[in-house]
Design a protein around this ligand. Sequence first.
Ligand SMILES: Cc1cc2nc3c(=O)[nH]c(=O)nc-3n(C[C@H](O)[C@H](O)[C@H](O)COP(=O)(O)OP(=O)(O)OC[C@H]3O[C@@H](n4cnc5c(N)ncnc54)[C@H](O)[C@@H]3O)c2cc1C
Ligand SMILES: *[C@@H]1O[C@H](CO)[C@@H](O)[C@H](O)[C@H]1NC(C)=O
Ligand SMILES: *[C@@H]1O[C@H](CO)[C@@H](O)[C@H](O)[C@H]1NC(C)=O
Ligand SMILES: *[C@@H]1O[C@H](CO)[C@@H](O)[C@H](O)[C@H]1NC(C)=O
Ligand SMILES: *[C@@H]1O[C@H](CO)[C@@H](O)[C@H](O)[C@H]1NC(C)=O
Ligand SMILES: *[C@@H]1O[C@H](CO)[C@@H](O)[C@H](O)[C@H]1NC(C)=O
Ligand SMILES: *[C@@H]1O[C@H](CO)[C@@H](O)[C@H](O)[C@H]1NC(C)=O
Ligand SMILES: *[C@@H]1O[C@H](CO)[C@@H](O)[C@H](O)[C@H]1NC(C)=O
Ligand SMILES: *[C@@H]1O[C@H](CO)[C@@H](O)[C@H](O)[C@H]1NC(C)=O
Length: 591
Amino acid sequence: MAIFLFTTTLPFLSLPTTTLNSSKSTLTSILTNPTTLHHFPAIAMNLCTTTSAASCSSMQHVPEQDSNQTERVANLIFQRYTSNNTNRSGKGTAIVWFRNDLRVLDNEALYKAWLSSQTILPVYCVDPRLFATTYHFGFPKTGALRAQFLLESLADLRKNLMKRGLNLLIQHGKPEDVLPSLAKTFGAHTVYAQKETCSEEVNVERSVSRCLQQVGVPSEESVGAPTTSNSHPKLQFVWGTTMYHHGDLPFDVSCLPDVYTQFRKAIEAKCTVRSCIKLPASLGPPPAIEDWGCLPSLEQLGLYSQNVSKGMKFVGGETAALSRVYEYFWKKDLLKVYKETRNGMLGPDYSTKFSPWLASGSLSPRLIYEEVKRYENERQANSSTYWVLFELIWRDYFRFLSVKYGNLLFHIGGPRNVQHNWSQDKKLFEAWRDGCTGYPLIDANMKELSTTGFMSNRGRQIVCSFLVRDMGIDWRMGAEWFETCLLDYDPCSNYGNWTYGSGVGNDPREDRYFSIPKQAQTYDPEGEYVAYWLPQLRIIAKDKRNFPGNLYIRQIVPLKFGTSSRHNKDDKSLGARRANDKGNERRWNRR
Ligand SMILES: Cc1cc2nc3c(=O)[nH]c(=O)nc-3n(C[C@H](O)[C@H](O)[C@H](O)COP(=O)(O)OP(=O)(O)OC[C@H]3O[C@@H](n4cnc5c(N)ncnc54)[C@H](O)[C@@H]3O)c2cc1C
Ligand SMILES: *[C@@H]1O[C@H](CO)[C@@H](O)[C@H](O)[C@H]1NC(C)=O
Ligand SMILES: *[C@@H]1O[C@H](CO)[C@@H](O)[C@H](O)[C@H]1NC(C)=O
Ligand SMILES: *[C@@H]1O[C@H](CO)[C@@H](O)[C@H](O)[C@H]1NC(C)=O
Ligand SMILES: *[C@@H]1O[C@H](CO)[C@@H](O)[C@H](O)[C@H]1NC(C)=O
Ligand SMILES: *[C@@H]1O[C@H](CO)[C@@H](O)[C@H](O)[C@H]1NC(C)=O
Ligand SMILES: *[C@@H]1O[C@H](CO)[C@@H](O)[C@H](O)[C@H]1NC(C)=O
Ligand SMILES: *[C@@H]1O[C@H](CO)[C@@H](O)[C@H](O)[C@H]1NC(C)=O
Ligand SMILES: *[C@@H]1O[C@H](CO)[C@@H](O)[C@H](O)[C@H]1NC(C)=O
């Protein structure tokens, strides 16, 4: 395992030149000193992985590395979503400001820009704020693995835009500085972008809007608009990210039901998913630009490359995303068993693994919807094929909740302002973060997270419950650590699920305790998963791997409801108790 040296001069962040020492005290100081944060997951692993590196398990690419398939599949899907049946009647130049919509297919901002102009200027701004630190606890805002995934996504977006006669301008700086200056230089009449909903992103939108007001462009307005002699470039947002369109909801978002099932039933009954947008084969001509800019290196972003040596290595970009859809649905034919396998933890195939591409917008949820429908027509439909849509509706729900509740999603008391005395004990938090709690199921999941940037939904629920229920730690510390590490980090799904998991979510009934012994017995009965991530457990009998006693490191805290799996026939719903305010009532809730 490499020890990282801070030696480069960085364009955005000035980090001290420090040698990190892999000792306990250094780890503590890393947590307290945000400027030395980068890459401690890798360092942390030196601490408590007691066995040698003689690991027999190797890394798997998602999707599988088959460049033949990848390109072919992407080309086929691109063809299916190409149409030349539209007339472009716009004038002048329109800018497309790419954000979390790093794709060509079903990209409404791109389409509208094309319609309204003669020339499109596609831009991505490498915003230094994305590489600063998290809000309260000073972790890296974007960990090295997600940064790498982002760079791959941008390279692929550029490639796919070039195939359609365009390119991607890479600019280093804040959008509110970059975009007005480009709009002025190119005389752009409009900047098109996908709308975001959480405050950090919305603040950037406001700044961009304000700064565009200060730019005068010679008039040549888009279609039909009245011409004035001097006007400002407009900022036009399109709604994206969700499967069901914001504009199609049967209620105002401020009246969004607080119970998921009510939301789901209402939209399933009253809305349809809009069709994917088809783009013309050529989006050119591109504007005359000599230097389209280079992608930064990880080092320029203040990060150190971290190679995935074990577990899943996700490949960034739309091409890889489309290839994964093909692989999971059509090639491996796994959609029909999704509902039965989705609670797994090991390997690429128990669930779709679409989330990293959805979060960066390399994959459109509407495209997934259309592929599910196509599969249901051509192969078969059952509750498994539906269940992927059911989960995507959860994703929509968390997005709309962020509109309804705004910053309450990030507040310690959540949308309901629940009072609770949380601990911020560093020692406990670090044990959780580094996978040194003494509970193999927790430790294995946390090591998977820091090694690969991914964790299963089952794992996320378990480690969340352990941190907040068994350790009593401030849930925001967990949420911010996920924010650093997750490839699929998305503020709505992440903070939405954390507030649920901590009992501070909008729905008071969603307040559950996950019993580790019960979870281990149900989802990892042979200890395969824990032995994969904690090789020292491989020598232990399969049924003991999750309960290794003295053969593993000491348990850092006792479990709130005891350690014996036999005593936990089922996990508990704390919500029922709290909501009813009856101290000893326990509603048993199967999880
Ligand atoms: C504490 C916690 C934090 C989470 N943070 C994130 C996050 O930052 N970003 C994120 O995308 N997901 C998050 N999730 C949700 C879920 O764990 C992941 O979306 C899922 O594990 C991704 O794997 P998959 O694509 O194989 O999912 P699949 O099981 O194949 O599901 C298909 C898709 O449905 C959506 N989905 C599934 N479950 C959820 C859910 N609970 N909430 C929202 N959408 C869901 C995802 O887009 C996913 O890609 C979190 C869950 C928990 C419990
Ligand atoms: C690392 O820590 C150890 C133990 O705390 C100490 O002996 C050693 O000098 C440190 N090394 C560096 C380079 O700081
Ligand atoms: C590439 O794909 C074609 C068509 O499916 C197949 O015949 C060929 O064997 C593949 N080549 C490789 C190297 O996989
Ligand atoms: C329109 O597209 C179709 C298929 O995408 C192609 O066959 C046809 O030649 C195109 N027509 C024109 C006028 O470009
Ligand atoms: C586009 O313009 C052509 C020629 O002007 C016309 O024949 C065609 O019907 C138009 N198509 C659409 C979709 O408007
Ligand atoms: C990761 O792999 C790349 C390419 O193989 C290599 O250049 C880089 O040094 C590696 N980084 C680490 C931290 O091992
Ligand atoms: C769906 O159908 C497949 C194939 O027939 C079957 O294996 C699977 O168990 C079914 N799943 C559900 C949830 O019905
Ligand atoms: C939190 O702790 C303080 C001091 O220990 C105590 O006074 C207060 O009642 C506690 N609040 C709750 C909600 O438990
Ligand atoms: C996260 O979302 C799921 C929906 O997949 C929900 O059932 C669950 O209760 C949420 N929270 C936690 C902590 O699991």
